[in-house]
Design a binder for this molecule. Structure first.
Ligand code: ADP
Ligand code: MG
Length: 674
């Protein structure tokens, strides 16, 4: 239904609605309140106490006076059977003419001491009716925009709910019944104008359930589709595994063994593996992937490792070469990135096509160029979000079968969230760090004592170590542009670190520029690197032992944990200093980092404190469309997942549920770690 069909919506209101992302009546009724104020109880004036209250009154003695230029004061006496109070409006002269004597009104406002006496200033009022929108109820508060307040939105939503001919049920009836959900229409109504806190809870449960159900269904359908494809089985060979493990300079942790076993079992089947290995920074994911790769190579398969950037690809190439030296396989590996050119590149192409080259490491370009591989059996994808079903389909077309895929991720995703977001992946956790790691000494620091912080950094620099200074991404109109990477760079370069080599890297630089700076830092040509969060997850500069994070309160705990994982990668004790943007900032949340070194615990904490957006960028969160569901509600998630599974098991046809189908197919595109 067109939004213009609502009365009161002309050009200008429609434009304001559009600013809120509301383009249709359906958008309007799913523009859910951000919060609610409970004004369901009407207070008698004789019992009125300071604070917010809702009264039921009639007005008398209404008068407006102009105090001075630009200041009108309207005063009135509001009375009920038990007493009277004074109400005052500033610069709302229309009140005097619009209020009718004898007519009962609700008044909602803050009863407080003003210039020596108690009164209400600028209260909201509404004529008493059977269905008040702004008083005598749980009142919804919306995200507003200039010229469109919550009161205005309430009116429009109420009108829309009354006028929409039908609000169809989205879910199959058996899903609604078996989960004891309220129907879609009443859930929508109760979200806006709840009868009681309990009915609001039921509405949230219903809509949250649907969100998770949709996500789960999208993931399961993807999984289903993938499982109908065929892969080539790579049988397990005990001798190969034993020889590899025996030659490693360390013993694998139990977690590494378990996860390697998960993956080795998967690739032994003709169903394609699609597994996510999650492990904190430094937990040793590379060795696990290497073992699986070795198994594939030893059976005559080719393996490709895809990293998000050239520098990470190079790093993987170097560490795999080192790992495979012990089993004399290091000559089987090549690196294919932009800077590899000419004859060398041609040779790589030829050897991949002939099958002589068995392990290729590169960026996404590996799969886009005219690379032909004779027998690609296994793909390792480092750091999530960059490899989805579409890419895999392209590969399948090339190879004639689905390759097995192992995703590696250092992002700690709490289990409930992972199951919902990545239901199509099997998940293995490396939840144990190799023994003997020094935890990173993490300290909160007052912004007023940066000098002492820099002195501590100097100690590291004097010892030949390197330092990161991380600044927040500055968005336009931001008040703390003083903390932007550019400004900080200029300040440090000509100020405290004048005698050091200071570098700058941030998101607005071109990617080859970025990579050049990172390379210089890696090679020790830069002492202090001022950067934004563009410093890649996984970047390995063992000589960097100190990180200063500015405006730390702007980051999620999990993100801070990832950032700090850039130090502490060598033998030296490392330090991470968290500096809030001002001394007024509350730091209790941040102090969790001083004592907790477990990424998963921090992510759980984040999820509870700030929602999933803290772990994933807001964009991705937005695309996933989780507006109502609380991902901490594990019961709800489990129920929604079970119903989605039942939907598939029962052979339900999605096309019979058009609204559901539209949303699910949109989700199928984004849940694929694209
Ligand atoms: P990440 O999970 O961050 O990718 P890596 O695989 O890069 O971790 O491993 C980090 C470092 O730990 C490497 O230098 C690796 O050789 C070492 N390592 C891996 N597994 C173990 C282990 N079981 N014991 C000791 N060191 C290990
Ligand atoms: Mg790694």
């Amino acid at each position: 239904m067109n939004i213009r069909e609502l009365s009161g919506v002309g050009e200008s209101v429609a434009a304001r609605l559009e600013r809120l992302g509301i383009n249709s009546v359906e958008d309007l009724i799913t523009h859910f309140p951000r919060r609610y104020d409970d004004y369901s109880n009407v207070t008698e004036i004789s019992k009125l106490k300071p604070g917010a209250a809702c009264l039921r009154v009639t007005f008398s003695s209404i008068a407006t006076r102009r105090v001075r230029r630009g200041l009108h004061i309207t005063e009135a006496l509001a009375s009920d059977d038990t007493g009277s109070i004074r109400v005052t409006w500033f610069n709302q002269p229309y009140r005097a003419s619009s209020i009718q004597n004898e007519q009962p009104y609700y008044v909602v406002g803050e009863y407080a001491l003003n210039r020596g006496r108690f009164s209400m200033t600028n209260p909201q009022i509404e004529r008493v009716s059977d269905f008040p929108l702004n008083a005598h109820r749980i009142v919804p508060k919306y995200r507003e925009t200039k010229g469109l307040t919550s009161a205005g939105l309430r009116k429009l939503v109420h009108q829309a709910l009354g006028q929409l001919p039908v609000i169809n049920e989205h879910l199959p009836a058996w899903v609604v019944a078996s989960n004891k959900l309220v129907d879609y229409r009443s859930a929508i109504v109760q979200m806006h104008f709840p009868d009681s806190p309990a009915s609001l809870e039921k509405a949230k449960k219903r809509l949250g359930f649907e969100e998770v159900f949709r996500l789960s269904l999208a993931a399961l359908l993807n999984k289903h589709e993938l499982l109908s494809e065929k892969s080539l089985a790579i049988p397990f060979d005990k001798k190969v595994a034993q020889k590899f493990v025996a030659k490693l300079p360390f013993a694998l942790t139990n977690a590494q063994r378990r996860v390697a076993w998960d993956a080795l079992t998967d690739i032994g089947k003709t169903q394609p593996m699609n597994r996510l290995v999650e492990g904190d920074v430094g937990s040793g994911k590379t060795v696990v992937a290497a073992l699986v790769a070795l198994m594939a190579m030893s059976k005559g398969f080719q393996v490709a490792l895809m990293a998000p950037t050239e520098i990470l690809a190079r790093q993987h190439y170097e560490s795999l070469t080192k790992i495979f030296e012990s089993v004399d396989m290091h000559t089987e590996i090549e690196l294919l990135v932009g800077s590899v050119k000419g004859q060398q590149r041609q040779n790589i192409y030829a050897n991949l096509a002939s099958g002589d080259l068995r392990l290729i490491v590169g960026t996404q370009a590996l799969f886009q160029t005219k690379v032909v591989m004779k027998k690609l059996g296994f793909i390792i994808v480092d750091e999530q979000h960059r490899f989805g079903v579409e890419q895999r389909k392209k590969l399948q077309a090339k190879a004639g079968h689905m390759p097995h895929v192992l995703h590696l991720s250092a992002t700690p995703i709490p289990r409930s969230l992972a199951l919902t977001l990545y239901g199509e992946l099997d998940i293995s956790l490396i939840d144990e760090l190799p023994k003997g790691r020094l935890p990173i000494n993490t300290k909160l620091h007052s912004p007023n004592s940066r000098e002492s912080l820099y002195r501590q950094a100097e100690v590291e620099l004097d010892a030949g170590r390197q330092v990161y200074v991380v600044c927040p991404q500055i968005v336009e109109g931001d008040d703390s542009s003083l903390l932007s990477a550019e400004v900080m760079y200029e300040k440090l370069k000509s100020g405290h670190f004048k005698s050091r080599r200071v570098g700058l890297v941030h998101g607005k630089m071109k990617s080859d520029q970025k990579e050049a700076v990172m390379k210089d830092f890696k090679q020790g040509k830069i002492d202090v690197l001022v950067c934004t969060t563009v410093i890649e997850v996984g970047i390995d500069v063992p000589n960097a032992t100190c990180m200063i994070i500015e405006a730390a309160e702007r980051f999620g705990l999990a993100q801070l944990h990832q950032l700090r994982g850039r130090v502490g990668r060598g033998l030296h004790q490392s330090h991470c200093f968290l500096v809030p943007s001002s001394s007024q900032v509350a730091t209790t949340r941040l102090s969790a980092l001083e004592t907790t070194h477990d990424g998963f615990k921090l992510a759980e904490l984040d999820l509870r404190l700030r929602g999933p957006g803290a772990i994933y960028g807001t964009n991705q969160h937005g695309a996933l469309d989780l507006r109502v569901a609380k991902l901490s509600d594990t019961k709800l998630i489990a129920a929604a997942r079970a119903s989605a599974q039942a939907f598939i098991d029962q052979g339900e046809n999605l096309l019979q549920y058009p609204q559901l189908a539209a949303k699910v197919s949109a989700l199928r595109a984004v849940t694929n770690l694209n």
